[in-house]
Write a protein that binds this ligand. Structure first.
Ligand SMILES: Nc1nc2c(ncn2[C@@H]2O[C@H](COP(=O)(O)OP(=O)(O)OP(=O)(O)O)[C@@H](O)[C@H]2O)c(=O)[nH]1
Ligand SMILES: [Mg+2]
Length: 239
């Protein structure tokens, strides 16, 4: 039950991202690198509920969810469409789409366009997106990268195979998570039951110190609730 509650909370905290991209771009490989093999056992119950979603631990105690999807292709055969549709939910739930591109494929830009078209059809084209150009190790000539960097924003350039660029990718994801759920310090009167409940339910609480008539809470809270909590905000004693 503790695990279940935890996955429930993670879902609600909505640090949900989804990998999208043309087939063979390296999405599954990247997810394995980001989530790490060690997570598998720990995540077993979670995987049962949702086999394609993994936890990704980032610096600063940030944890996000990342879902794999079936690769996009130009004319999706019917059988694949079913598998693809099954992963649609993850795409539509994601707050950030991580668009993986095989940089070493001569048709990289055409494939990007195909993915955009499919996302359009799903009604997910306007979702926040990060372009991840993968397989740098297989790219003989890197002159395109400067051009892509300007054309596809924001973007990072990596090799899931060699680990090149993974620090930048992790850094981007940490900053993104920090932006969607900033770390706050709140002083909430004990009498504000609803507010205390909201923070306990929706936030990732790091510390909770009773202080007479109030409780001082340090937590990451989804930006949607920041406005409602503003009047309780106090300077963070850590920073
Ligand atoms: N050279 C090189 N190969 C890579 C890299 N990342 C992945 N690959 C290879 O690319 C192939 C496809 O990788 P996958 O991770 O299965 O790609 P995918 O995007 O999940 O593919 P679909 O699930 O079909 O959409 C595999 O043979 C990987 O080993 C990389 O950084 N460099
Ligand atoms: Mg895959």
């Amino acid at each position: 039950t503790r695990h279940l509650q935890r996955s429930e909370r993670l879902r609600h905290s909505r640090h949900a991202t989804a990998l999208v991209g043309y087939t063979n771009a390296g999405k599954s490989t990247l997810l394995n690198v980001l989530a790490g093999a060690s997570i598998l056992a720990e995540d077993r119950l979670f995987s049962t509920l949702d086999p394609t979603t993994r936890r990704v631990h980032l610096s600063g105690g940030i944890e996000i969810l990342m879902s794999d999807t079936v690769g996009f292709i130009e004319h999706l055969p019917r059988q694949l469409m079913a598998a693809f549709k099954a992963t649609l939910e993850e795409v539509l739930e994601a707050e950030l789409l991580v668009h993986v591109v095989d940089a070493a494929d001569g048709l990289a830009e055409e494939h990007i366009a195909t993915v955009h078209t499919v996302l359009d059809e799903l009604g997910a084209r306007s979702r926040e997106m990060l372009y991840v150009f993968n397989k740098l190790d297989a790219l003989a000539d890197r002159t395109m990268l400067r051009y892509w960097e300007r054309k596809f924003r924001p973007s990072v350039f990596i090799s899931a195979r060699t680990g090149e660029g993974m620090e930048q990718l992790r850094g981007y994801l940490s900053r993104w998570a920090d932006r969607i759920a900033p770390r706050l310090c709140l002083r909430i009167p004990q009498s504000e039951h609803r507010v205390l409940e909201l923070v306990a339910k929706q936030g990732t609480v790091f510390s909770r110190i009773p202080d007479g008539v109030a409780v001082v809470v340090q937590a990451r809270i989804d930006r949607r609730f920041i406005h409602a909590l503003r009047r309780f905000q106090v300077p963070d004693v850590w920073t």
